[in-house]
Design a protein. Sequence first.
Length: 409
Amino acid sequence: MIQLFFAHWYTVFFALLWGTALLIAAWAARVAQFFNLRMPRVVEQPLATKFPMVAVIAPIKGVDTNTQENIAALLNQDYPNYRVIFAVESADDPVCALIGAVQANKPSKHIELVVAGPTISRGQKVHNQLAAVESTTSDDIFLAFMDADAHPAPNWLHALVSMLNSHHIGATTGYRFYVPSNAHPANAIICVLNAMVGTLLGPYRRTVAWGGSMAIRRRDFFGFGVHDAWQGALSDDYVLTWCVKKNAHTKIHFVPQCIVASQAAFDWPKAWEFAVRQYRITRVCAGRLWLTGLTGAALYISALVSAPIAAIVLAVMGSRWCLIPMVVFLGLYGLSIFRGWKVLQAARRLLPDHTAAINQVEFWFTWGMPAVHGANALFLIGAAFGRIITWRGIRYEMKSRTETTVLSG
């Protein structure tokens, strides 16, 4: 009787585990398919013909391989009415000389350089952004934020602010797509994970802002409470998302034209540091989102591992039911390959200039997807412990979404 009891509940447990994992995998595959089909069509839609003044704020630190190219791309936008405010921590930063040279070579461009100084109570990036915001005026109708390591397309700014002419939209956002500079497995895994997250954007209920490519009306930046909330914040985008959605009860619009390419060169230590830091920030600033990701990853990996083991055990026992868990395994694997393939197709269509680089990691978008999911689960688990991160050489302790302690730097 006891044996029958336990056998019964093991059956129910695995049925629920495998069934739930298959449903989640099917949903994720459908989302990727929808993204692949719809987003390239959205890109072709006409943009607004109004051109209000925009202050583009670009926090920047140091000179990397692509810094000069990224600055040039930012200064050559197909938008007639904007200025760029670069914000640095220190006047001794080497990038100041580069920006000064750009100002001398492009006197027709409205370029400003703001020195924010070191932070004492918030993230250095947010500190730089707030210093730049203080340089804006009421003539700046929109505020746009761009990460210095991103390479915007010529229509990036026009597309980003176009939907802000609709008053039911509180903010707009693009997203980053990591373009691999090499085929290192750690590099590939980060690129694939980042791309999969991007496909979840689109419907208003799921869209969150990404700080490297987002825009908001200047009056709403203050009116929605973003300016006040940033005073002690580490994360610019999660806090802006909270203020727009929870404080103002408006929507964040995802703009696929504003997906920006960013060069990726991760090895295993860098990949671990980056992914755990991002997920740790998510856990503190958007705990439910992190928990949802952890639960989904745990269900997928548990089902993917347990199904073939169960098939082998049942086959050894001579049970005719051994085919069921094998079908579950093949279904999960097949759906993950389908999802990855659709994400890969979307990446090629949205970033045609980077197709060759993206093709370096094609294996990881398809057959290597179980390894990607496994790494993702480890990253999520690693983020479950502690509130301390190191970002750009500065150590922070995140006490809450809007409270940060600078430990060293």
